[in-house]
Design a protein around this ligand. Structure first.
Ligand code: F0G
Length: 462
């Protein structure tokens, strides 16, 4: 229990699982992923007695100078807003969060904004924002005394779960779409000792199988359908606000795949608003890849049109190659709460935006670059004002998918291609607008000086 003099924990009776549709409530110690009555998604729902808190901001700010591991974690620093666990001994932390927020002037100029900040969740312990959610998900798994945990993944969830399961002494079992995830991510789940099952199918197929297995066994499911995962991910919004000294930006822009992260950030912002920590809400702006954009399609269709999944999702941003997102209803709720929006961007737009984020010295994996691509598209269309205060969430590290980056810079990035060790068939090339190829040169100083002089002269003339 908290040792802080400022804040008392709400009693556990004030925490429950609540259905987002029929509002049925369930005990948080029940092993439930969806509503027992209507089958819809569940929230971890709290009733805070906010009179117990004299000043959340001061409490969270003070903790940044503390040596307590729970204060150092960028998730558990906000633990009064995650009071679902019953003992601190249940907490599994890798000091997640604490991710830098960069000023990105080149990306801002490219996108048409006066200023742009990029909060890089790829600087987490396993290189993606999933760690923010996995620390809370694994903590709940611990509370439920799970021995094995599982997830379907496009790569980052599996990497994160494998690491946290290893830390917690649980068996990790990951279900990944065979041949469709980036090598950086696959290598992580192997290295962290998870059982890695390559499913002969796409992410949507893997997701559906793992849900059935979790229902039929006592393997604990750690996908974002599990509301305890989203509790950790909501702290991305808290940390962003703390880094902005509690000034609310106009917009938070982030990629959308399975739509857990946008849902979580929406919930976090709404909670901070209800508790009076902030006095307005930023517009959540979700960007999807064109070939995997069921929410963008729904959002631009006439009101009353039902949400429809995409039959066969396609995109080179494999992290968000998802046609049937589990959390679509929660993401719509987040857009409605915050007066947000959702659009899609093309493969070319993603590829060039990624290169531009690289030029800022920041870098990210392809899915994350949808943010800058989406901002650019919205500014050009007059849907975003160049003076808006915007934070983009970069979700994954540049080292997650080096193949994509190298192919782009070598002019070998294709929307459709088959590769063995080399390309055997290729079609629809993308243009490597900002290619930065390595230069072959002899191991000879004179030759090297010649090349360097040539390059520096060229740069001087530009
Ligand atoms: N960016 C990256 C780098 C991701 O790995 C994901 C999702 C997203 C964005 C989209 O976030 O699903 O919450 O809307 N990756 C999941 C995975 C699906 O299995 O790693 P979302």
């Amino acid at each position: 229990m908290s040792t802080s003099p400022l804040v008392k924990f709400p009693a556990l009776s004030q925490v429950c699982l609540k259905c987002i549709r029929c509002e049925s409530t369930f005990d948080t110690a029940q092993n439930l992923y969806t509503c027992e009555k209507c089958g819809d998604l569940l929230d971890v729902s709290y009733e805070w007695n906010s009179r117990l808190v004299s000043d959340y901001r001061k409490l969270f700010d003070t903790r940044r100078a503390s040596a307590n591991p729970l204060d150092i974690s960028g998730v558990w620093r906000f633990r009064e807003l995650l009071p679902f666990y019953t003992s601190e001994s249940q907490i599994v932390t890798m000091f997640e969060g604490n991710t830098a927020m960069f000023d990105a002037p080149r990306s801002a100029q490219y996108a048409g904004l006066r200023q742009l900040r990029l909060k890089h969740q790829g600087l987490n312990p396993t290189g993606s924002f999933k760690d923010n959610g996995m620390t809370t998900g694994t903590t709940q798994a611990n509370r439920m005394r799970a021995r094995a945990v599982a997830c379907a993944s496009t790569g980052n969830t599996s990497a994160s779960m494998a690491a946290y399961a290893a830390r917690a002494g649980m068996k990790g079992i990951v279900f990944i779409p065979g041949g469709q995830i980036a090598y950086g991510k696959l290598s992580q789940s192997m290295d962290y000792g998870a059982v890695t099952l390559q499913i002969d199918g796409d992410f949507d197929a893997a997701m559906s199988i793992v849900q059935e297995i979790a229902r039929e066994t006592d393997i604990y499911l750690l996908n974002s359908i599990n509301p305890f995962r989203l509790e950790g991910q909501k702290t991305i919004a808290f940390e962003m606000l703390q880094q902005l000294q509690w000034q609310v930006p106009d917009r938070v822009v982030l990629p959308g795949g399975n739509l857990g992260n946008s849902s979580a950030i929406g919930k976090g912002l709404k909670e901070m608003y209800s508790l009076g920590v902030i006095d307005r809400l930023p517009k959540i702006t979700i960007i999807q890849a064109e070939g995997a954009s069921p929410l963008a399609q729904y959002w631009s269709s006439p009101s009353g049109t039902p949400f429809k999944s995409v039959e066969k999702a396609t995109t080179l941003a494999t992290a968000i190659k998802i046609g049937n997102p589990v959390s679509w209803a929660k993401a719509i709720r987040a857009l409605e709460w915050t007066n947000g929006t959702c659009i899609s961007v093309s493969e070319q737009e993603i590829a060039d935006a990624k290169a531009m984020i690289g030029r800022d010295g920041i870098g990210c994996e392809p899915a994350s670059a949808t943010t800058v691509a989406g901002i650019r598209k919205m500014v050009a269309a007059g849907q975003m004002d160049p003076d808006e205060v915007v934070v983009g969430i970069l979700t994954g590290n540049v080292l997650k998918d080096p193949d994509y980056t190298i192919q782009y810079h070598l002019g070998e990035l294709y929307q459709k291609s088959e590769r063995r060790t080399e390309i055997v068939k290729a079609d629809s090339p993308l243009h490597s607008t900002f290619a930065n190829q390595p230069i072959q040169v002899a191991a000879d100083k004179k030759e090297i000086y010649k090349v360097l002089e040539h390059i520096l002269a060229e740069e001087h003339n530009n």
